[in-house]
Design a binder for this molecule. Structure first.
Ligand code: CUA
Length: 378
């Protein structure tokens, strides 16, 4: 009797902890944290999610049956103080065969959709897919659209409803590209190509993450996928092609899409073709002009291109042609607010220690000007 009372007391003592655990698990709601594979938004992501669901159904079934039988046996056949010695048995071939065969069948039932899913997710999506090259860098992502000749960074823009095929490699160490709402992880290697495809169901901005430890800022090597409607995507790509496109012939009027708007002053700046084209513009915003000058004199231009099309290859910094329009900076780590952008320009090492971008001795006023200049690149 004293044993049972102690056990009961221990069980009652667990109640507050169980309540706390319930609360903590309730905090795991995927609605609040969109970087989840549990809310699939593409055909590829659903393959993985379906396999996971099937595995969980089997696991729950096994758990309920085994724990149910265990609890039943504990209470139904529990020992009492005056019970005689139970009969001693050793081995039961029938039972052993049953508990070997049943799990083997369950594993086979899980293996069938798993193997099918592995083959499905490694097929080639066919010629209609939009091909995009993904290059992993310590610690940011480069995205190239070879057919359009456009390059961008850290925000992968894709058309919803059309399959995209990502052709991936790394510029330095092994990374892993993981857009959980859209697809599983795919490692990216230096000198070796890996591929990943998916078709996004809907538009929106969704986070992704490097999923292979790649150095001290691995955790801040994130990215976003911006899925747009096909029309918006085409317009975006066409616009990107004008950011740094070769100069139109003499006397050719610049297309309307060549204008840039500064966020700070609302000034419309005509951008002409050719390498960092803003020099030919007559900016209305004095901060813009100062920022443009600083971009060259502070050395930014040595690592970053402002051309989306025809950008020089081999630059070590992310392409900034449309940085003003991106949702985040510093590879998905900071929201792209004016305040964060200025902080980043002034002191990147304080925000993301170890990045290749050094502190360039930029003052607060200079950071404002650079921010205005970069914000206009949208
Ligand atoms: Cu790149 Cu972790």
């Amino acid at each position: 009797m004293p044993f049972r009372n102690a056990a009961a007391r221990r069980l009652v003592g667990l109640v507050p902890w169980l309540c706390l655990l319930t609360l903590a698990l309730a905090g795991c709601s995927p609605e609040q944290y969109p970087q989840t594979a549990l809310l699939p938004l593409s055909d590829f992501a659903r393959i993985g999610d379906d396999i996971q669901d099937q595995t969980i159904y089997w696991a729950v079934g096994v758990f309920v049956l085994v724990e149910g039988a265990l609890l039943y046996a504990i209470f139904r056949f529990r020992g009492r103080p005056d019970d005689p010695e139970p009969s001693q048995v050793h081995g039961n071939t029938t039972v052993e065969i049953i508990w070997t065969v049943i799990p083997a069948l369950i594993l086979a039932a899980i293996a069938v959709p798993t193997v099918k899913g592995i083959f499905q997710s490694n097929t080639s999506p066919g010629p209609d897919a939009l091909r995009i090259e993904v290059v992993g860098h310590q610690w940011w992502w480069e995205f190239r659209y070879p057919e359009a000749g456009v390059v961008t960074a850290n925000e992968l823009v894709i058309p919803a409803g059309r399959t995209v095929e990502l052709i991936q490699h790394s510029a330095d160490v092994v990374h892993s590209f993981w857009p959980p709402r859209f697809a599983g992880k795919r490692d990216v290697f230096p000198g070796r190509e890996t591929r990943l495809w998916f078709k996004a169901d809907s538009t929106g901005l969704y986070p992704g993450q490097c999923a292979e430890f790649c150095g001290i800022q691995h955790a801040r090597m994130a990215f976003h996928i911006r899925a747009r409607s096909p029309e918006e995507f085409d317009a975006w790509l066409a616009r990107m092609q004008t950011l740094g496109a070769p100069a139109p012939g003499p006397g050719t009027a610049a297309p309307a899409a060549d204008s840039l708007r500064t966020a700070s002053a609302g000034a419309t700046l005509r951008q002409q073709g050719g390498a960092p084209a803003d020099s030919a513009a007559a900016p209305a915003d004095p901060l813009f002009a100062k920022g443009e000058q600083l971009f060259k004199t502070k050395g930014c231009i040595g690592c970053h291109s402002l051309q989306a099309k025809g950008a020089p290859t081999g630059l070590i910094g992310p392409n900034l042609a449309n940085v003003g329009a991106r949702g985040y900076i510093a590879a998905g780590w900071l929201k792209n607010t004016d305040e964060n952008l200025e902080k980043w320009i002034q002191n990147p090492q304080a925000l993301k220690k170890g990045v290749l971008m050094p502190n360039l001795g930029v003052t607060a006023e200079e950071a404002q000007a650079l921010r205005a200049y970069l914000r206009a690149h949208n």
